[in-house]
Ligand binder design. Structure first.
Ligand code: PLP
Length: 416
């Protein structure tokens, strides 16, 4: 595969597919070739990531930061190199603004609980949006409950776009923090976060961006966005499970208390008093996921070797092909029709339950997700039980879309 960075040079998707061993799977029941369209839930892993994990355990496994011996130093160097990679991938100003977490959920909980402890008081407000994943609702709800604050919600319209007029009013309240998804995992909406961050800042409100569905599809530059916190999960960007990233501006991370206590996050400990370590270690109690960080670095190197701009162009072309092709399916109804969308197409087939449709697709080798996608409030707002969600990645092809269309037509016929 040629890894040049000319964004207009078409990608060789077949060469890319060859780097993902699992895509060769034949789905058991009928020997159908796997059509994997559940990428918003998790992405598959290229060989370079699998090899990096294998290599780590075979050649450099040791606990980081604490050892003077050869392997520990090598493991520490590799771990810290992974941090630098993440910093450069999202253009953080400093490496120590990158905290390794267990994933998006863990990153949000880290901010909600520490921010809550430091800043939320009775009468304060936390502002989120109507299209958040449960992991950007529940932690804030818990913090509000604990500190006597109120959760406020920016409403959306039927197309799945946030109501900007309502936002302009809500942000003038007693909002202490805005927590917002960049891209909706249930509707595919790309929110105008740059403008919303700017508005929030004019009222002195810091902003956390949930980039779980963004970093794998579009360039994300935290300095350009000027967000105060940003979180994402490695497993959704071709990396291993169990690790993720919390970016925080230095000034904010320094203002927050530590999240968990333990080894690594301390400078000195006596029974009387503990002093805390500097960034980023203050937020990394205990042995970190060393292999995960190294696997994530390999994944980000992989993305860079193709170029996120080229990935974005290729995926946008595939999305528009998919929207055209799917609209020919009798009885299809798209759920979420925002002007700016990425990665995800949610739909219903006539009056059929999404689960029945998903099962019939599975029987034809097609992996999609059905249900509420951890966005029950979105489903309640739209008055539906759930959707069928096809979500795309760099290794998906127009032929995957054609298979989905044919399988949906068949499912429609079977279900009547
Ligand atoms: N936020 C969004 C927008 C998501 O799509 C997801 C996962 O689907 C999450 C948060 C939670 O991610 P994780 O389960 O990796 O912590």
């Amino acid at each position: 595969m040629s890894h040049t960075l000319n964004i207009y040079e078409p990608l060789s998707i077949e060469a890319i597919r060859a780097e993902f061993p699992i895509l060769q799977t034949k789905v058991l029941y009928g020997g159908h070739p796997l059509v994997y369209l559940d990428n918003a839930a998790t992405t598959q892993k290229p060989t370079v990531v699998l090899e990096a994990l294998d290599e780590y355990y075979k050649t450099i496994n040791a606990n980081v930061h604490r050892g003077v011996h050869y392997l520990s130093q090598r493991a520490t160097d590799a771990f810290e190199e992974a941090r630098r990679k993440v910093a450069s991938f999202i253009n953080a100003r400093y490496d120590y603004e990158i905290i390794f977490t267990r994933g998006t959920t863990n990153g949000i909980n880290t901010v909600s609980s520490t921010f809550g402890r430091a800043f939320l008081r009775p009468g304060d407000e936390v502002l989120i949006s109507a299209m958040e994943h449960h992991s950007n609702i529940v932690p804030w709800q818990m913090a509000c409950e604990y500190y006597g604050a109120t959760l406020k919600v920016i409403p959306m319209n039927e197309r799945g776009e946030l109501d900007q007029a309502a936002f302009a009013t809500l942000i003038r309240g007693r909002v202490k923090i805005l927590a917002l998804t960049y891209v909706s995992n249930s509707l595919g909406t790309v929110n105008p976060i740059r403008d919303m961050i700017r508005t929030a800042h004019t009222y002195g409100v810091p902003v956390l961006i949930d980039a779980a569905q963004a970093v794998q599809h579009m360039p994300v530059d935290v300095q350009d966005l000027d967000c105060d916190f940003l979180v994402f999960s490695s497993h959704k960007i071709y990396g291993p499970t169990g690790i993720g990233v919390l970016y925080g501006k230095e000034e904010w991370l320094n203002k927050l208390p530590p999240h968990e206590g333990g080894g690594e996050m301390i400078k000195t400990v006596t029974f009387g008093k503990t002093t805390y370590n500097d960034l980023p270690f203050k937020f990394e109690a205990g042995t970190p996921d060393m292999s995960g960080a190294i696997g994530l670095k390999a994944a980000l190197d992989y993305v860079d070797s193709i170029g996120i701009d080229r990935i974005q162009l290729a995926e946008e072309a595939l999305m528009s092909y998919a929207l055209d092709a799917l609209s020919t399916v009798p009885g299809i109804r798209f759920i979420g029709e925002a002007e700016h969308r990425s990665g995800v197409i949610s739909f219903l087939l006539a009056e059929h339950h999404p689960f029945d449709v998903g099962e019939l697709l599975d029987k034809q080798g097609i992996a999609v997700r059905t249900g509420h996608h951890c966005c029950q409030p979105v489903m309640d707002f739209l008055d539906i039980a759930g959707t069928v969600r096809a979500s795309f990645s760099i290794y998906n092809t127009p032929s995957d879309v054609d298979s989905l269309v044919t399988a949906l037509q068949k499912a429609g016929r079977i279900l009547g």
